[in-house]
Design a binder for this molecule. Sequence first.
Ligand code: NAD
Length: 482
Amino acid sequence: MQPVLNFINGSFVEAASQRTIDDVNPATGEGITTIPRSGAEDVQAAVDAALAATPAWASTPLEERIAWLHKIADALEEQAETIAQLESLDTGKPITLARNVDAARSVANFRFFADFVLQQPQQTFSDHGAINYVQRSPVGCVGLITPWNLPLYLLSWKVAPALLMGNTIVAKPSELTPLTANLLAQTMQTVGLPSGVFNVVHGYGPDVGQAIVEHDDIRGISFTGGTATGKIVAATAAPMFKKLSLELGGKNATVLLDDAPLDEIMQGVVRASFTNSGQVCLCGSRILVHASIYDDFLEKFVHAVERIQVGDPSNEATVMGSVISQDHKTKVESYIQLGVEEGGVVLTGGLSKTAPVENVSKHGAFLRPTVLAGLPATSRTATEEIFGPVVTVHAFETEDEAVEMANGTPYGLAGSVWTADIERGHRFAERMDTGIVWVNTWLNRDLRTPFGGVKQSGVGREGGAWSLNFFSELTNICVQQP
Ligand code: NAD
């Protein structure tokens, strides 16, 4: 594959240093291509281009920007299969998942915001003989920093509302998954988006991400990634009074009340546990089960987990591919080991040397879906984010205890509760200290709803009007009536 280049001012260019980083397929360990190892100088070039493009883009009528979003969506839709192939190659995720989730949602993000913005009422308030109305203007040049687990899905979730509201962009995708950000840059060039409106700078976080966050002329930062990185981003951006959106890590509970109909819900619970090898920030990695159904659940759950087809991501029948890298596999395995040291029992899966995945490259970062039981709900394994195919299962006696366990982590991103009684589901959901709770479903997303976390899972919300607000500055204009 051709080397990936930065996209600055409408052209593809090398890093100023001319250095590169290898992009590796985690399912085979083979190099795919190289990306620029950029630094502050490249970020400066991107910011210069973005600032030069800002006045014209900001004053482009909204209807025209909506038309651009549709044009981009059309062009991405035509390349949906390529998006899926590139995403699968870069991440090791199954091709079917990349098609159904990554490619489909990346197109949908552009279409959704293009349509949604027209449904927003003009906000006016009248009192004291005056009329107030709210005018939106763009923030300016914004920095968008994204992780590797859902590369184009999460990047387009930010790019679409940012463009729509008249901002120019310096984007930095994860160094582990650059391919679809590059495809998006090629698409912007093909559809003829004005030069400088959308720029991509590749490289490592501390070099490129940090340079974006600390750049004086970048007025907003939308960051999705780990909590530890989020702290660095916040520490840099907050004293500069930048607009800041942080979508961070999670350790989400899947709660099964005593009346949960196990056979009906089992596939939902398995999906919540192991979609994308557990590498979705919303995955339910701690399963809390009422003691009266605990044994029955474990038996059925382990049976279902053992039927997950793990293997070559390009195989249409594969349900779980590799994890993102050998380094990440080592991290996940260290948590499986920690779980055993903390008193847990591996019911299925485990370390790759004892539970190898058959018929895959020996250089691939493969793990079997792993279920650990017998751990205290307060253990490190049960409260720290692993972000891999590992779940812990815990029994509870009362709903109060389940609430305490569900809320007993530093995170507060998402959770799900499963019950035959919807009223109980509502009541339980309202007691969960998270930004999102699903009742009898998981990852059911209406793009108009607020998305984000509390506690160490982040600050702010994305989605619908929350994204439009983040990417605009609001001016209230108050006019005294004659
Ligand atoms: P990460 O924090 O390591 O990296 C995220 C991005 O930040 C990457 O592009 C990285 O290069 C960049 N970065 C690293 N150091 C930086 C710095 N000093 N300044 C600016 N940018 C820097 O996260 P990851 O490993 O790529 O992704 C996994 C994490 O993302 C998990 O914790 C997961 O829960 C989280 N995540 C959260 C959501 C959400 O919506 N809340 C969604 C997906 C993933």
